[in-house]
Every structure is written in C-alpha cells, then in structure tokens.
Ligand binder design. Structure first.
Ligand code: 3PG
Ligand code: MG
Length: 350
C-alpha cells in the first residue's frame, strides 16, 4: 500500500505561500498548446488551495533545455492557458531564483519560468533547491509524470520543508490510487495498452506489467522498437535502439500491431499508406499510427477487459491523419474514469 500525505493532512494558514510542483510539460506547436490535459488536471488542486487562502507559486519543467534558457521551451504559453482556464491573473517570474514572492496574497498565482533553464534542477542540486525553498512555506506535488526523476524540485526541495508542510496534490493521490489497483490486478481480464515514443525509463514498469496483465497491447513509437527487435524493417521510423535488448526479452509476452499507417514525412506527408507489419517498411517510410486491422484487434481485447491500464497514444495523435488509433479508443469511453495524466504524459514524440 502506497501512503502519502495528502491535502487533507495539510493545514495552510491564510496567505501562506505554497510551492506547487506541476508537470506542465505540454505538447506545443510553436507557442500553441495542442493538448491541455496536464493543465486541466491540476485545476482541482489549484481551486482547493486557493479556496483555503493559499498563494500559489507554480513550478514546472518543459522539454529538455539542458540547463539553458531557450525561448522555445518557455512556459509563457502555459501562463496564458492557465489564466484563461481559471479566469484569473497569473503572475510571472522570468527568473525562478530572483522571484519575489513576499507580496503574494491569499488566492494569488505566480508561475515560474521553466525550472530546467537551470542546470541545478536536473542535477538535484542542493543550492538550487535552497533557492527555491525561499519562495514558499509549503510544498505540494502534483507532477506525477515527473515524479520518477530525482530532480531538485521533486527530490531535494521537499526535504527542505518540515514534513508537515508537504503533501501530494489531488492529481498525485488519484494516480497513486489507480496504480494501486493496477499492482493489485484487482479486476480481470486486465489489459494494458501501452504507447508513446520511449521504452527507456519505462523498463521496470513494462517488465512488471507483462507479468501482471492478462494482455499487453503495444502501439505508438514503442511498437516500432518491439517490431525492430523481431527483425521487421522499420524504415525511417523512430526506434529506441538502446531498448532493443529489453524489447527482445519481453517481446514474446506482448501483442504488436499487425498493420501500420506510414508516411514519408510527419508534417508534410506526400502520401499516407497502410502497410502490413510483416512486410516491413521501405527505407523512406515512417510509422505514425496503428492500422485498421490493429485497431479492430485491440478494440476486441479492450471490450473484454474489466480493467485497462493505458499509457501513451497509439500514434502521433497531434496530427489528425495519425490520430485514428488514439481517438477510436477514446470515443468508446467518452468519460474515462481511468488514469488520464499518464496517458497524456507519454506523448508520441518529443
Ligand atoms: C514527461 O513528459 O514524460 C514528463 O514531463 C517527464 O519529462 P522528461 O522525460 O523530460 O523528464
Ligand atoms: Mg514521461
């Protein structure tokens, strides 16, 4: 049983400043946010803390700027989206460490610029954490998609607060409840549907899942790596070469796409084909979605399921032409009660 301190355990005096670590690593096209799920999912915690009279210092990473300030990884678009969603002013701090949070009053919101603009964040640096510590009196974490990273705002920072001033937010609590159900494999048939681009970083959960679930369906960029491990020519598709070994080791225990939607280019495809996975891809072809036969086969498995663990899209769903795998699944459960931020956490490419 995973137990964490929750908002119910937190007593925040009116006007106290709360450092709220979120995962606003949203997909962007230029400055346009193509999926706001990660922002939307934090709104209940924000409302609850503001209602309690807290002033919120919101902090996140975006992309992998590697310790350098790069405008394309700025959180400014998130600030606008958040302000629009809440119908409230969101103050802005261009420099996390220089931010003056002392004028913040009950209900105020301040978003810090990308934490990863500082090398100290990914290094879990104590001095960087100490700088962030000055910004608030309480610490709340809802950054579920980033909690596996030992980074300063996730690991070193909360250790600097008295334990009774720290808690997991509503989103984190809900995700842990879902994970608990999964690890108990409480309802069967239990089907895992896994996609997204990367295998690296998901190896342990993958190995656990193939043993827990009755069926593991693989799609998205992750399927390319499994197919490559089976000797299928994947053309110019994204293949996670460092994960071929693990894909070979567990490849027999998973279900892979039987057909794929491929194109020469993601942004300006000349022609979009459906190819049988067995036939392999020509060198110039890249797989961007699962094909119709795979959708039908995966649908049939999902219909039988009493519990579904879904992590990651089946294709590059941000592009309509490659979104059939994902949207087909979503359309069947228009009001999912399932874990949602993990799904959005594993986008098809970065
Ligand atoms: C994610 O999108 O998977 C999380 O925000 C973590 O990002 P990262 O893989 O760059 O650490
Ligand atoms: Mg991730």
């Amino acid at each position: 049983m995973i137990r964490i301190r929750t908002l119910d355990n937190l007593s925040v005096p009116r006007g106290a400043r709360v450092f709220y670590r979120v995962d606003y690593n949203v997909p962007l096209e230029g400055t346009r946010i193509t999926d706001t799920t990660r922002i939307d999912e934090t709104i209940p915690t924000i409302r609850r803390l503001r209602d309690a009279g807290a002033a919120l210092v919101l902090a996140s990473h975006l992309g992998r700027p590697k310790g350098e300030r790069k405008e394309k990884y700025s959180l400014k678009p998130v600030r606008e989206q958040l302000a629009a969603t809440l119908g409230a002013d969101v103050q802005w701090a261009d420099d996390c460490l220089a931010a003056d949070t002392s004028p913040l009053r009950a209900g105020d919101l301040l978003l810090l610029e990308n934490l990863r603009f500082y090398a100290g964040e990914e290094k879990n640096d104590g001095a960087f954490a100490a700088g962030l510590r000055k910004l608030a009196d309480f610490y709340v974490n809802d950054a579920f998609g980033a909690c596996h990273r030992a980074h300063a705002s996730i690991d070193a920072l909360p250790r600097l607060f008295p334990r009774e001033n720290t808690a997991g937010g509503l989103l984190l609590g809900r995700e842990l409840d879902f994970l608990q159900k999964v690890t108990n494999a409480s309802e069967r048939p239990f089907v895992a549907l896994l996609g997204g681009a990367k295998i690296a970083g998901k190896i342990e959960p993958l190995e656990a899942l193939v043993n827990l679930a009755d069926t593991v369906l693989i799609g998205g960029g992750m399927a390319n790596t499994f197919l490559a491990a089976r000797g299928v020519a994947m053309g110019g598709s994204l293949v996670d070469k460092d994960s071929i070994d693990v894909a070979t080791r567990i490849g027999e225990k998973v279900v892979l796409p039987v057909d794929l939607v491929v194109a020469d280019d993601l942004d300006a495809p000349q022609k979009i084909y459906t190819v049988d996975a067995d036939a392999g891809l020509a060198p110039e072809q890249k797989a961007f979605d699962i094909g119709p036969r795979t959708i039908a086969a995966y649908d049939a498995e999902l219909k039988k399921a009493r519990m579904v663990f879904w992590n990651g899209p089946m294709g590059v769903f941000e592009k309509e032409a490659f979104a059939k795998g994902r949207w087909r699944w979503r359309a069947r459960w228009p009001r999912p009660t399932r874990s949602r931020s993990w799904a959005a956490a594993s986008r098809s490419r970065r």
